[in-house]
Write a protein that binds this ligand. Structure first.
Ligand code: NAD
Length: 719
């Protein structure tokens, strides 16, 4: 008996190792496990003669969750030696298990991810139960990490370099049992957890001489090793694909994984293991791994655990959702809601429009069916949940309304007026507006405490974020309901207070306008787009500007400026304003929807940067260091985020980080917009110094707000 692994041996001599850490709900590769595993391997070797085979399974809902992220996030370069020792020891034990000379089977009863799947990979046969929650994979890369317990070495030997990198290592996919079997990651799938042990034992009896394929004489890696001429032809495509994936962003993990896979495939198992460990230690002790683990694991967990949800309200599941406007957003909101098992009434001005909106769901379901991602029955049921209509009376009984008509305050107030008396008396009244202040819109309804912003992102079925906006009068009860609804449809909610552009649109705007301003300064447009890619942004800012349309920011700017000046304030023009004005007025280039913007379009397809830009703005006449261009974008967003905290728009660091990553493409390596400030070299003081430098060169909008300077002075970070 060890601390976390139970040992049971049956009369046939088969040892069942049950992973069962009494100190936590999930098994992880913590210190107790490492000690227990070492003792277990010792015992297996010592009692080998009385053992016919070994089954590894778990007493928890999940099989094994992998490395303990609470430990990994603390590993700094000073811990490199210790991490190396721990990884080397774990690898040695897994190696001893797989070369024990007895058949070893993994009976995968639930999720086996990361280190958990690495244990399974060291067995000779993997059987997965096809039950809710069973997924396998090596998602380390999504946390800025890489597998360090043989995951790279074994998947490349098992599947070949190309399949292992594409299907497992570089994207960190989580595969269900069927797909895992198809890829060769598991060998057998059974339909219930109860069937696992009998199947595992039967396999052991039938395969007494089992070993790892890669330990067999003359084993060749599927697809060949990099030194094989047949493989060499593909070798150059691997780094090329990697470049496509990371686009120049400073992401160490994918690079390290690919290098470990290729280098490891050319040497013996033990050397390959050492290579993997060396890369692993570098990645784990680096800052990017910390940023990403914090964001994509810890921040996300705090949010979904209800960090920004008001306490004291019962869990809410909407009975029936009413969506007003069956355009691009409304149709997709109806789809994701119905997909979560909730009935939807989808209303537009005519039955044809409403039906067309439902057509969006029909098309997506058809695609899902053709890919085997759903069944006919489930698909029919989903579509039956969406009722298209043009009659407000059909919203009778609806308890959550989401309005997604054109972006006009008058129209929005009119459509709320049509349904307010029809829906349930305490129905939530939500608007998907992206720019209109919620408090102002709320003035058009009778029950202002039930009014709230529910801001989805396009394309709704893919984008994971929903920004919930509290108006001045929005009640806690309403907020709690919408929070629950967003989680229910499988999205991540952040909660912000009202402001023009809320948090996300406001912040992404500063990134885009900084790029536009640089065009006006005479910077080469291609360099601007390139600087964004190097900073790690997923989409180039001038392209984004075209998507948004150039007229929208001008409209907002004119309104905001008028409001500022009416209140006696002073308006400092941003460098982007004159550029947008000229693009619209002088060149009639208003963005993608009009077929012309910073880019040219043919039949709606982007063909390249508009050649006329050069002459219009004297492109290339100004050279700005790439590092400055990059920092201007990152700092513009970070500083606007600080202002959002100052104004009370934001209340939580997690909401800011996750909102920036999931909603507006802030570079993943940073761990989010606040983490970017916190982890800046030299801490907040270093950030303040760099902001001042940028302010001197590129304008006073880079001057750090007083709150930031004070925090830096006290040596604090945002928490
Ligand atoms: P859209 O033009 O595609 O759709 C608007 C729909 O509203 C049309 O089908 C129209 O027929 C319908 N409509 C008009 N009057 C109506 C009425 N009286 N009753 C019912 N339906 C009516 O617009 P969209 O892109 O879906 O945007 C809708 C809202 O979502 C806007 O407020 C927009 O700001 C917001 N939004 C858009 C995006 C985006 O990326 N497009 C993202 C977030 C939020």
């Amino acid at each position: 008996m060890t601390k976390t692994i139970r040992w049971e041996q049956d009369s046939d001599g088969i040892v069942v190792l049950i992973l069962d850490d009494p100190s936590q709900a999930t098994n992880t590769m913590n210190a107790d496990f490492q000690e227990s595993f070492a003792q277990t391997v010792e015992r297996l070797e010592a009692e080998k003669d009385s053992i016919t085979g070994v089954v590894i399974t778990s007493a928890k809902k999940a099989f094994f969750a992998g490395g303990d992220l609470r430990d990994l996030i603390r590993a700094t370069p000073e811990h490199a030696e210790h991490v190396t020792e721990a990884a080397t020891a774990m690898n040695a034990q897994l190696r001893r298990l797989e070369t024990l000379g007895k058949p070893v089977v993994a009976a995968i009863n639930g999720a086996a991810l990361g280190g958990g799947f690495e244990i399974a990979l060291a067995t000779h046969h993997r059987i997965a139960a096809d039950v809710r929650g069973t997924v396998v994979g090596l998602p380390e890369v999504t946390f800025g990490l890489m597998p360090g317990a043989g995951g790279v070495v074994r998947t490349t030997r098992l599947l070949g370099i190309r399949s292992a990198t594409r299907n497992v290592l570089l994207q960190g996919q989580r595969h269900g049992p069927a797909r895992a079997a198809e890829l060769g990651l598991v060998d057998e799938v059974v339909s219930a957890v109860d069937e696992l042990l009998p199947r595992a034992k039967a396999w052991i009896k039938a395969d007494a001489g089992a070993g790892q394929p890669w330990d067999a004489e003359g084993y060749r890696i599927p697809g060949g090793s990099p030194t094989d001429p047949a493989f060499a032809a593909h070798l150059s495509s691997l780094p090329a694909n990697l470049r496509k994936q990371v686009k120049g962003a400073p992401l160490p993990a994918p690079r390290a994984i690919l290098a470990a896979a290729i280098e490891g495939a050319q040497v013996d198992f033990e050397t390959a293991s050492r290579i993997e460990t060396r890369y692993f230690v570098n990645v784990v002790t680096g800052q990017v791994a910390k940023n990403m683990t914090k964001a994509f694991f810890f921040d996300l967990k705090r949010i979904t655990a209800g960090g920004s949800r008001p306490d004291g309200f019962e869990k809410y599941v909407p009975w029936k959702v009413g969506v007003l406007g069956a355009g691009m957003m409304g149709a997709a909101i109806a789809y994701v809601t119905a997909k979560a098992g909730i009935d939807v009434v989808l209303k537009d001005v005519s039955p044809e429009n409403a039906e067309k909106g439902k057509g969006y769901a029909v098309a997506l379901e058809r695609k899902a069916l053709s890919r085997g991602q759903t069944t006919q029955e489930a698909s029919d049921a989903l579509l039956a949940r969406i009722t298209p209509t043009s009659d407000p009376a059909d919203l009778a009984g609806v308890d959550l309304v989401i309005e997604a008509v054109f972006e006009s305050p008058e129209l929005k107030q009119k459509v709320f007026g049509e349904i307010e008396e029809v829906v349930a008396p305490d129905a939530v009244l939500g608007s998907n507006t992206s720019t209109l202040p919620i408090t102002d819109l709320a003035q058009g309804v009778r029950r202002q405490d039930d009014f709230i912003g529910i801001h989805f992102f396009s394309p709704v079925d893919k984008m994971p974020l929903v920004e919930i906006i509290r108006g001045e009068k929005t009640s806690d009860a309403t907020l709690a309901k919408v929070f629950d609804y967003v989680l229910r449809i499988g999205k991540t909610p952040i909660v912000v207070n009202d402001s023009r552009g809320f948090f996300t649109s406001r912040v992404i705007g500063t990134f885009i306008y900084e790029a536009v301003a640089a065009v006006g300064e005479g910077v080469e447009p291609a360099s601007i787009e390139q600087a964004a890619a190097q900073a790690g942004y997923p989409a180039p800012p001038l392209q984004l500007m075209d998507e948004l349309t150039l007229t929208l920011p001008r409209k907002i700017r004119l309104e905001t400026r008028a409001a500022v000046e009416a209140a006696g304030g002073h308006w400092t023009p941003h460098g982007s304003e004159a550029v947008l004005d000229r693009m619209i007025d002088e060149f009639d280039r208003k963005g993608r929807s009009t077929g012309a913007g910073f880019y040219d379009y043919v039949d709606g397809r982007r063909t390249g940067i508009w050649p006329g830009l050069r002459e219009a703005f004297n492109s290339g006449s100004t050279r700005i260091p790439l590092a400055d261009l990059r920092d201007r974008m990152l700092f513009a967003e970070a500083l606007e985020t600080v202002r959002c905290f100052d104004e009370g728009v934001l209340n939580s660091v997690e909401d800011a980080n996750i909102g920036s990553l999931f909603g507006i493409g802030f570079p993943a390596w940073t761990g989010g917009v606040v983490q970017y400030i916190n982890q800046y070299e030299g801490g907040l003081a270093g950030f303040v110094a760099r902001a001042r430098e940028l302010a001197e060169r590129y304008g006073e909008h880079f001057l750090p707000p007083r709150s930031l300077v004070e925090k830096a002075g006290k040596g604090e970070i945002y928490e």
